[in-house]
Write a protein that binds this ligand. Sequence first.
Ligand SMILES: NC(=O)c1ccc[n+]([C@@H]2O[C@H](COP(=O)([O-])OP(=O)(O)OC[C@H]3O[C@@H](n4cnc5c(N)ncnc54)[C@H](OP(=O)(O)O)[C@@H]3O)[C@@H](O)[C@H]2O)c1
Length: 306
Amino acid sequence: MTDKKKIVVLAGATGALGSDIAQALLEKPNVQLRLLVRPESVGKLATLKQRGAEIVEFDLQQEGNDQQLVDGLNGAFSLISALNGGKEIIVDTQAKMLNAARAAHVRRFIPSDFSYNIFGLDEGDNPNSDDRRAFAKVADAGRGDVEVVHILNGAFLDKRIVFGFLGAFDLQQHEALLWGDGDAVTDVTTYRDTGRYAAEVAVDDAQVPAVFEVAGEVLTFNQLVKAYEEASGKSLTIVNKGSYADLDREIEARLKAEPGNFYAWLPLMYYRGSFGGKGKLHAIANDRYPSVKPETVQDYVRREKL
Ligand SMILES: NC(=O)c1ccc[n+]([C@@H]2O[C@H](COP(=O)([O-])OP(=O)(O)OC[C@H]3O[C@@H](n4cnc5c(N)ncnc54)[C@H](OP(=O)(O)O)[C@@H]3O)[C@@H](O)[C@H]2O)c1
């Protein structure tokens, strides 16, 4: 007896989040995973190929290959984008993917949002969020039969983001860097758990809300510091950097001084959205997929021995 497997197509499997989504999908016995990858990156997918993923070499940014993309989606239940990049990727390439999904009668498209609440931010607060809202508008304007599901998960709890990129912690110096009062509530989820939730959304037979929110833990900056201290057994000094108004001024000054150097100002924009309350999620729905038991901050700090 052969059960028909659900085909899930994923673009971005060579990336940090995409590889976790791919692992989560490969753990599902009833899924056939198909990976779209640009030719120069095929070699990065050797392990996933060995584990049974089908690899389709495809240059999403090349012009004139739309029909080939539709063919590549043949029989797919869901299409997931875990791509990263600027407007040309998030708006233009994802619009091309969505159009192809519509033509191929794919049930669901999951764009590469995986963020705090991009819909709570104002234009200019964060150019990455602006791009994601711009894609959401394009998707709404051309509404077809494909369900577009924006997955929001707060900040990635991992070393790369909450304990790295955001500039909220300097663990070498045993410091937590505080802008504002540290009492606004925020949401954090690991890459791995976000990958698991994305896999669940991708195979869900029922309709999924257009904005689907999950969180490993909901807590304030001050609680985050305490959770780290309890789990690691190490204490942190809180360094007061200034008020939220000071942070806004700092972002503006850095943008003006180095508009082309996003490392100078983008982390602070994410810090502002995460710990200033504007990016707070409002309809967290972890319980839709109880098989995913997301890690808390303490779980993660212990696992990574931070
Ligand atoms: N919530 C948070 O805290 C947080 C933090 C970080 C990221 N994110 C979001 O998570 C999502 C994934 O980010 P990530 O950190 O996993 O990104 P990443 O590690 O940089 O991976 C990016 C992926 O996009 C692919 N890609 C980029 N340009 C491409 C192109 N022109 N054609 C085909 N593929 C292309 C890369 O493929 P190649 O290997 O071919 O380059 C790679 O697979 C993004 O939406 C990002 O904004 C959220």
